[in-house]
Design a protein around this ligand. Structure first.
Ligand code: CP
Length: 314
């Protein structure tokens, strides 16, 4: 099946076959990243603008590196240094970037739906790097890619997402990817942050941590996203940690081979103890590394590349 999408806006709209195509393309790029010459000419002559109007460390740097590994020219724009601080609208900023002859825009924005809005406004591909509490598709793709590296097929695997689900775009993208891939997803956390209505997405919802973690093969921790919460959803951080923080005792409830994941940034001692974040079951830094190959795959495919044209390993 040829790749036909110009934009990557959500995982919700992707088919299972498209998710697998991105994973296969990323796997080929990951092999190339392991070579002494890590660069391919796939996007030579193209200019990619990373428009990050919300803070980011991992996603922004991984998109930067991915574009450079594909030989594209890359320009990064952030909220502080852009003319949005002088009152320019997102529409005007984006149209000016297109007028400057960018070939693709990667956007992170606090407003859900802003990538969709730009995709309808512009003639160039738009990639969603996180929009409010809506979706973070490349994070969901790199997370499921990392799970597959450790577990193989995800069909029938028990995956637990623990923490602030309500305000998490990472949770939504992972839920869409994991349910399409046949995983059994359980969401757990305080009832104020893990409402029952998430069951409509084909997942289990519980507020009982012990039963949720029992025999789980993957646990993904999420931080409390204070920046999206107008008011507190629990009495104090200390109480959250005492009820739902992952510590060594609670990690003992997991399947003995379970992996521990976190999209970052981590709040050590709140949602996860340091000894687990840095322990041998943690794949948190593998997730970060896989983010480069996934973003290379997404940029390459949305620029018109085809999975079978990526040069395989020698
Ligand atoms: N996971 C993630 O989106 O991290 P950043 O906010 O640092 O990009």
């Amino acid at each position: 099946m040829p790749w036909t999408r110009r934009h990557l806006l959500t995982i919700e709209e992707l088919s299972l076959a498209e998710i697998e195509q991105i994973h296969a393309t990323a796997a080929a790029f990951k092999q190339i990243l392991g070579r002494s010459v890590k660069k391919v000419p796939a996007l030579r002559g193209k200019t990619i603008v990373n428009l990050f109007l919300e803070p980011s460390t991992r996603t922004r740097m991984a998109f930067d590196m991915a574009a450079k590994r594909l030989s594209a020219d890359v320009i990064s724009v952030d909220a502080v240094s852009s003319s949005t601080t002088k009152g320019e609208t997102l529409r005007d900023t984006a149209q000016n970037i297109q007028a400057l002859q960018a070939d693709m825009i990667v956007i992170r924005h606090s407003a859900a739906g802003s990538p969709l809005y730009l995709s309808r406004l512009l003639d160039i591909p738009v990639i969603n790097a996180g929009d409010g509490a809506h979706e973070h598709p490349t994070q969901g793709l790199l997370d499921t890619f990392t799970m597959k590296e450790h577990l193989g097929r995800l069909k029938g695997r028990k995956v637990v997402i623990l923490g602030d689900i309500l305000f998490s775009r990472v949770a939504r993208s992972n839920i869409h990817a994991l349910t399409k891939m046949g995983a059994n997803v359980t969401l757990v956390g305080p009832s104020t942050l893990v409402p029952e209505w998430f069951t409509a997405l084909g997942v289990k919802v519980t507020h009982d941590l012990k039963s949720a973690l029992a025999d789980a093969e993957v646990v993904m921790l999420l931080r409390i996203q204070h920046e999206r919460q107008a008011s507190s959803h629990f009495p104090s951080l200390g109480e959250y940690t005492s009820m739902f923080g992952l510590n060594k005792t609670r990690a003992g409830w997991l399947n003995p081979k379970a992996i521990i994941m976190h999209p970052g940034p981590i709040n050590r001692g709140v949602e996860i103890d340091s000894e687990l974040a840095d322990g041998e079951r943690s794949v948190i830094l593998e997730q970060v590394t896989n983010g480069i190959a996934i973003r290379m795959a997404v940029l390459y495919l949305c620029a018109g590349g085809q999975p079978e044209h990526v040069i395989p390993a020698a």
